[in-house]
Design a protein around this ligand. Structure first.
Ligand code: HEC
Ligand code: HEC
Ligand code: HEC
Ligand code: HEC
Length: 128
């Protein structure tokens, strides 16, 4: 009986761990910057669903776009692909390099709408 009393809290902790890690995967909170290799900045904050709700963006292809013969395909999105699947660390063809792709997309919209962060440190938030 003494053993059981020990195992119950241990099991509880294990379950909490699984629960927390599963949820952390579901809700993106920052952009994965690992493809950059050497990074100069903290990863940009981006709470995917919450961001898009607050910013009132309905179409996935606003960010997850798809081009065919150099033309944007309306209403079709590439959300099953990473930006880095098409945008390399160096510019290739018409596709801007990966950093520029992110900056033009994120920053570009914020500038245009006069909403959302514009300062480096507001997106690349250093961990405390
Ligand atoms: C609107 C948000 C936003 C702003 C403002 C912004 N960035 Fe970024 N930046 C990103 C995102 C998203 C990426 C993709 C990878 C990541 O999250 O770091 C990125 C990537 C980068 C990278 C390549 C990855 C690395 O860390 O080496 C650098 C360098 C960078 N930004 C520097 C800057 C600098 C300098 C400024 C200000 C002049 C700035 N950024 C402003 C969103 C932003
Ligand atoms: C404001 C821009 C933006 C909009 C709008 C947007 N996304 Fe994303 N989404 C991103 C970025 C940036 C990433 C990270 C891509 C990367 O790291 O290469 C991402 C990643 C994803 C991922 C893979 C990562 C994960 O969360 O597990 C999925 C799936 C996804 N988005 C689905 C959608 C769907 C569905 C919609 C429309 C309802 C949508 N997105 C709208 C910017 C956006
Ligand atoms: C399926 C491939 C593909 C994926 C995935 C993709 N892109 Fe692109 N992107 C392209 C191509 C091709 C171009 C060049 C279009 C042209 O011919 O002008 C481009 C152009 C751009 C441009 C410049 C033109 C514009 O629309 O403003 C930005 C910014 C950009 N991409 C950001 C992103 C971001 C951010 C992501 C991830 C959320 C992403 N792209 C995912 C293929 C892709
Ligand atoms: C199509 C327009 C658009 C695009 C693309 C976009 N944003 Fe935003 N973003 C907004 C708007 C609008 C707000 C202000 C929302 C509000 O009212 O709080 C915002 C707010 C934010 C905020 C403030 C916190 C929050 O979630 O409200 C962050 C951080 C942010 N954006 C990061 C990004 C990053 C990183 C990207 C690129 C991966 C990006 N945004 C792409 C429109 C956009």
């Amino acid at each position: 009986m003494v053993k059981n009393r020990f195992y119950i809290p241990v099991l509880f902790i294990v379950f909490m761990f699984i629960f927390v890690s599963v949820h952390a995967q579901e809700d993106m909170v920052a952009i994965d910057n690992s493809v950059f290799g050497f990074v100069q900045r903290a990863p940009s904050v981006f709470k995917h669903d919450e961001h898009n709700e607050k910013a009132d963006i309905e179409d996935c292809y606003t960010c997850h776009h798809l081009y065919e013969d150099g033309k944007l395909v309306e209403d079709e999105s590439s959300e099953d692909q990473s930006c880095s699947d098409c945008h390399n660390l160096k510019k290739s063809g018409n596709a801007p390099c990966l950093m520029k792709a992110f900056h033009s997309s994120c920053w570009g919209c914020h500038k245009g709408k006069k909403a959302g962060p514009l300062m480096c440190g507001e997106c690349h938030v250093k961990e405390k």
